[in-house]
Write a protein that binds this ligand. Structure first.
Ligand code: NDP
Length: 315
């Protein structure tokens, strides 16, 4: 169903991480009058991160939330219309793309840039769901503060887990890092930081069986996959850092995706299978997943969209 009073725009950007805001900066400067919907986590994953030390241009590093504030202000400076809402539905049947926000507002856009990013993965334990925000968290930087001086566990073996484990070790009495294999996927430099942190213990070949407690975390039962030995760690906080899932459910049935639901784009470009719909950032990148690569692909999406609109005579 379509509404004749729908808002007509040239370019809609969905998502407000480095990809979305960079797309907005380029689109606004190219006279595309972009409208950007932030989604439910304005600023994206970087708002739940700590120091960003690898984004070029910040020789002393920068806090993730501050960096996203800077991105947003740069997008605003060139006239991006930023709206703090979710997009709930899309219809990519015709040449003009129809999109509905969570308040039912209907938008008709010539070009759409998807920059919806990715979200934290969970282990899938019943106890994890039950104790969510009652001692279970997927963001050490957001919630570590509540566990100052206490004993906590964190599961994962990538850069995120390594980074968050060392972050927690600065606040907590003791940190247990639960690694399911006999090696970590994290970069060597991050692993070294883990190994030389005295109050951080790595448990190899270890899986989480259950998080204990009714109204708050009182411990965690772990098992060694080689010896079969079980152990209870008396932790009061349990952090999950096992990767992310692309936020692409909204585009199911419209946009081609891979088995893990990352959007498929034409190699080296941002084109999706739908004309006039472009994808950028972590929603389409399962390899690099960096702020700088997301920003780069946001720029590419805006340039691809600009060429598309210009070829159609829209701008
Ligand atoms: P990754 O996908 O790199 O790692 C996920 C980790 O979680 C893997 O080690 C995996 O184990 C483990 N895991 C997955 N499922 C389970 C499970 N059910 N039980 C136990 N462990 C599980 O995700 P990250 O979030 O760590 O990193 C994502 C990307 O972001 C990477 O490219 C990373 O390099 C980058 N990054 C860079 C940072 C920086 O440079 N400052 C900081 C943070 C992230 P297994 O290895 O056995 O598969």
């Amino acid at each position: 169903m379509s509404d004749s009073s729908a808002e007509r725009i040239k370019c809609l950007i969905i998502g407000s991480g480095p990809a979305g805001y960079t797309a907005a900066i380029y689109a606004a400067r190219a006279n595309m009058a972009p409208v950007l919907y932030t989604g439910k986590e304005p600023g994206g994953q970087l708002t739940i991160t700590n120091d960003v030390e690898n984004y070029p241009g910040y020789p002393d590093g920068i806090m993730g939330p501050q960096m996203m504030e800077d991105f947003k202000n740069q997008a605003l400076r060139f006239g991006t219309d930023i709206r703090y809402e979710m997009i709930e539905k899309v219809d990519f049947t015709g040449p003009v793309h129809k999109i509905w926000s969570e308040t039912g507002h209907e938008i008709h856009a010539d070009a759409v840039i998807i920059s919806t990013g990715a979200s934290a993965r969970w282990l899938g334990l019943e106890s994890e769901q039950r104790l969510m925000s009652k001692g279970v968290s997927a963001c050490a930087v957001c919630d570590g503060f509540f566990f100052r001086g206490q004993e906590v566990a964190i599961v994962g073996a990538g850069d995120t887990a390594a980074e968050e484990a060392t972050y927690l070790a600065k606040l907590c009495k003791k940190v247990h890092l639960l690694v399911r294999r006999d090696e970590m996927r994290a970069s060597k430099i991050m692993q070294e930081r883990v190994f030389k942190t005295p109050n951080l213990e790595v448990h190899w070949n270890t899986v989480t069986e259950e998080i204990l407690g009714t109204d708050e975390v009182e411990g965690v039962r772990i098992a060694n996959t080689v010896t079969g030995e079980k152990e209870i760690l008396n932790v009061t906080g349990f952090f999950v850092a096992i990767g992310h899932k692309p936020n692409t459910d909204l585009f199911d049935g419209w946009i081609n995706m891979d088995d893990n639901k990352y959007i498929k784009t034409v190699s080296g470009r941002t084109f999706t299978n739908i004309e006039g719909v472009f994808a950028s950032g972590d929603a389409q990148d399962h390899i690099y997943r960096q702020a700088v690569t997301a920003a780069g692909s946001g720029c590419m999406a805006a340039l691809d969209a600009e060429r598309y609109l210009s070829e159609k005579g829209i701008i």
